[in-house]
Design a protein around this ligand. Structure first.
Ligand code: SAM
Length: 246
């Protein structure tokens, strides 16, 4: 597809429609997704943001995929997005849900700069950013157990991800993780980590996205409710988390 605003918005509208996401689009949001795409492709060389470069695939694999998560988040919620990379799910969520307050976190300053500049360019005042390692931030009293949700896409295996994310979630809040085909297996493996870190009820929801032709994307969403506070021993240093996962 030649990238121009008319083509892009027509494809975005079509793919969101096919996947039950039409209610998240209006004229202004479509324009924001277009401007984000132009910027991401322009800046890709400098920041190494995405291996997906075709606009059609960006719409399905990045935008529709991340917007699926919007259904899980309650109105006005505070969200910490761990390992946001090039701003996923942060930026699509912020475009379609201006009621959310999202803190985008990544350990890489370059990517966080890109996300900050993109949010400013698109006028997304509901996004703030922080360069930080999650396991360090989880010990910071100003961030620990302060968020309604922690989100993460493609950051770590579930049992590691739980230690990186659950410390940020308030009791009663949730970790929402976007996972791949190994979700069930990863979840089984993470049961002990979830219980140790104060997690409770777990739900796994199958999400299958389509472009109406050849592409199908399976991205189960795992949500873990926070039942009680995370013990103060967690999160540990990353060397321990990865060497001896819970
Ligand atoms: N969530 C984005 C997406 O779905 O496109 C980025 C995924 S990328 C594969 C993983 C990101 O997680 C990288 O940008 C990396 O810097 C970040 N990351 C990994 N471990 C981290 C940690 N312990 N704390 C903060 N960021 C981390």
């Amino acid at each position: 597809m030649e990238l121009n605003e008319k083509n892009f918005i027509s494809e975005l509208t079509r793919v969101f429609g096919l996947n039950g996401l039409s209610s998240y689009l209006d004229k202004e949001r479509c324009e924001k997704f277009y401007r984000l795409t132009v910027r991401m492709l322009e800046e890709n060389e400098k920041y190494n943001l995405t291996a997906i470069k075709e606009p059609e695939q960006i719409i399905l694999n990045h935008y529709a995929d991340c917007v699926m998560m919007a259904k899980k988040l309650t109105r006005g919620a505070s969200v910490i997005d761990i390992g946001c990379g090039a701003g996923f799910p942060t930026l699509p969520l912020a475009i379609v849900r201006d009621d959310l307050r999202i803190l985008a976190v990544d350990s890489t300053a370059k990517r966080i700069n890109y996300v900050k500049e993109s949010a400013e360019l698109l006028g997304l005042s509901n996004v703030s950013v922080r360069v930080m390692r999650a396991e360090e931030g989880g010990r910071d009293g100003e961030l620990r157990e302060r968020f309604d949700y922690a989100t993460a896409r493609a950051v770590a295996q579930m049992r590691i991800l739980c230690e990186l994310c659950l410390p940020f979630v308030r009791v009663g809040g949730e970790l929402v993780a976007m996972k791949g085909k190994s979700a069930e297996y990863e979840l089984k493996d993470a049961r002990r980590a979830i219980a140790t870190l104060g997690g409770g009820e777990v739900k796994i929801e199958s999400v299958v996205l389509t472009d109406g032709a050849s592409e199908e994307l399976t991205h189960p969403l795992i949500s873990v409710k926070k039942k009680q506070k995370t013990p103060s021993a967690y999160p540990r240093a990353f060397a321990q988390i990865s060497k001896k996962p819970l």
